[in-house]
Ligand binder design. Structure first.
Ligand SMILES: NC(=O)C1=CN([C@@H]2O[C@H](COP(=O)(O)OP(=O)(O)OC[C@H]3O[C@@H](n4cnc5c(N)ncnc54)[C@H](O)[C@@H]3O)[C@@H](O)[C@H]2O)[C@@H](O)CC1
Ligand SMILES: [K+]
Length: 243
């Protein structure tokens, strides 16, 4: 996607926000969002029934995440991507690679060691593309790919610290799938996302976020039949991959 001049980028974001206002809030109101259990099951079915390897869906997720980051970025923006040792982190690391490949300055905040094979491979690739493993002094955009739908609360000390540092950074905060630490308990530390890019379908848990949080849904290639199975409307990704 080309890097738009500031005004055009703002128009793009407003266009997305408008679609969110009309679409996503309706989904929540009509109870058409997925529970995290249903989303986990959708994920499993995509892998088993439709032969979609997780790496392929992760590539789609990371590309959409990178695209939403560029909509908030200038050419010289400093981008910090926080990644954990799971598939949420893997998606963040794909975004780090794509953004580095497009010429952005990308830093990686890794609160825990990345040891699982797929996230580890994504980390190697991101580093080869020029992402740096360090937290910069100043950050314009901070991405939360620390933890996704397998997160348990309370957060460990490492993730609590990471989330608090991101929240205090003054950066634009963008979460992948669901914010780390999300819960209806407002005392629980969580990543205070300005934007959430959730995968495949709106999630019920996002309903606890303040109305000011913009929620977008990204296409990761799930077939229409699966939305019918879960009795939720299939987002029309045919013209836009982020709604
Ligand atoms: N089709 C899909 O559903 C896809 C899902 N993807 C991503 O995969 C995510 C789920 O990935 P995973 O199941 O690997 O798990 P997560 O990435 O959510 O979590 C990773 C690991 O962190 C550890 N952890 C959990 N809670 C913790 C805590 N409180 N403190 C410290 N460590 C903790 C656990 O060992 C967990 O397995 C989704 O949210 C989504 O972002 C995409 O990457 C690919 C496609
Ligand atoms: K996240």
């Amino acid at each position: 996607m080309p890097i738009y001049p500031y005004n055009q980028r703002t128009a793009l974001i407003l266009d997305l926000k408008e679609r969110y206002d009309h679409n996503m809030q309706e989904h929540f109101k009509n109870n058409e969002a997925l529970s995290l259990e249903a989303f986990r099951d959708m994920d499993y079915t995509a892998i088993e029934k439709y032969q979609l390897p997780i790496e392929l869906m992760m590539e789609n997720a990371g590309l959409q995440l990178a695209r939403i980051v560029t909509r908030n970025a200038r050419e010289d923006s400093i981008i910090c991507i926080g990644a954990g040792n799971g598939n949420n982190g893997g998606g963040g690391l794909v975004a780090a690679r794509r953004l580095s490949g497009w010429g952005y300055q990308v830093y990686l905040d890794l609160p825990v060691e990345i040891t699982k094979p797929l996230p580890k491979k994504q980390l190697q690739r991101a580093l080869l593309f020029g992402a740096k493993q360090a937290v910069p002094d100043h950050t314009d955009i901070w991405v939360d790919a620390y933890l996704g739908f397998s997160q348990r609360l309370p957060l460990s000390r490492e993730f609590t610290k990471a989330v608090q540092r991101a929240n205090a950074s003054g950066a634009k905060l963008i979460a992948l799938d669901i914010p780390t630490g999300i819960s209806s308990n407002t005392y629980q530390p969580r990543f205070l996302a300005d934007q959430v890019l959730t995968l495949a379908a709106p999630k019920k848990i996002l309903n606890v976020l303040p109305k000011s949080t913009e929620i977008f849904v990204a296409d990761i290639g799930i077939p229409r039949e699966m939305y019918e199975h879960y009795k939720i409307p299939s987002p029309d990704f045919s013209k836009h991959q982020i709604l």
